[in-house]
Design a protein around this ligand. Structure first.
Ligand code: AP5
Ligand code: MG
Length: 209
């Protein structure tokens, strides 16, 4: 299946992606993860990316589009993919339409995780990640095992101030994708509040229905 995860920062896209990729055997393509890896590895684009992510701003469309175009051509995407965090602007969505048309492919679903802004602040400021395994925890909602707590890290954009900017970007630039995909008949709305397992079951209901 060719899938897109849409939703604000902290909606649970990364958390839910883990279950979807396991169940449907498709790769998760998280543009945020690819961008953070470039920053960590000090690639030529890494420093430029960091100036955007640390300010809570979207990276320019042409840079992200090229990254996704390259990634979707790889062998592991030929049977399907789960895009997490892309597209995030109408220009990116139009570029993706072009990539898929060229490859003779069509989207199956755009999964929108709906969560109110008030809930997102607590989710984002409490998130911690394990650099060794990539596992994501939350200090209150999904506490890490005590023996790994010391090595966990917090994303540099996971402060309340930067989150406000990320939410502004989401509402002004990404939310227009909701009517864009609704008009094409791909949009599936999923209530993103409840336990992660409840939300997984709702998603599986849509994907297996
Ligand atoms: P990106 O990495 O994509 O971040 P994001 O969209 O802001 O989303 P997050 O990863 O913060 O949230 P999530 O929905 O994955 O939530 P998670 O499951 O971790 O992008 C980062 C930056 O990169 C952007 O700001 C931009 O600069 C750049 N970028 C990326 N893509 C781009 C693009 N296409 N174009 C331009 N720029 C781009 O959950 C969050 C927390 O909540 C965790 O602690 C988790 O344990 C907890 N949690 C999850 N589910 C629940 C639940 N049901 N109940 C309670 N807690 C929960
Ligand atoms: Mg994420």
């Amino acid at each position: 299946m060719d899938l897109i995860f849409l939703g604000p920062p902290g909606a649970g896209k990364g958390t839910q992606a883990r279950w979807i990729i396991e169940e449907f055997k498709t790769p998760q393509i998280s543009t945020g993860d690819i961008i953070r890896a470039a920053i960590r590895d000090n690639t030529p684009l890494g420093a430029e990316f960091k100036s955007y992510t640390d300010a809570g701003k979207l990276v320019p469309d042409d840079l992200v589009n090229r990254m996704v175009d390259d990634r979707l051509k790889r062998d592991d995407c030929q049977g399907g993919f789960l895009l997490d965090g892309f597209p995030r602007t109408v220009a990116q969505a139009e570029a993706l339409d072009g990539m898929l048309a060229k490859a003779g492919r069509k989207l199956n679903h755009v999964l929108l995780l709906e969560v109110d802004d008030a809930v997102l602040v607590e989710r984002i400021t409490g998130r911690r990640s394990d650099p060794d395994t990539g596992n994501v925890y939350h200090i209150k909602f999904n506490p890490p095992p005590a023996d790994i707590a010391d090595r966990l890290v917090q994303r540099s954009d996971d402060t309340e101030d930067v989150l406000r900017q990320r939410l502004d970007e989401y509402h002004s630039k990404t939310a227009p994708l909701i009517p864009f995909y609704e008009g094409k008949g791909y949009l599936r709305r999923i209530e993103g509040v409840g336990t992660p397992e409840d939300i997984r079951d709702r998603l599986f209901g849509v994907l297996k229905g």
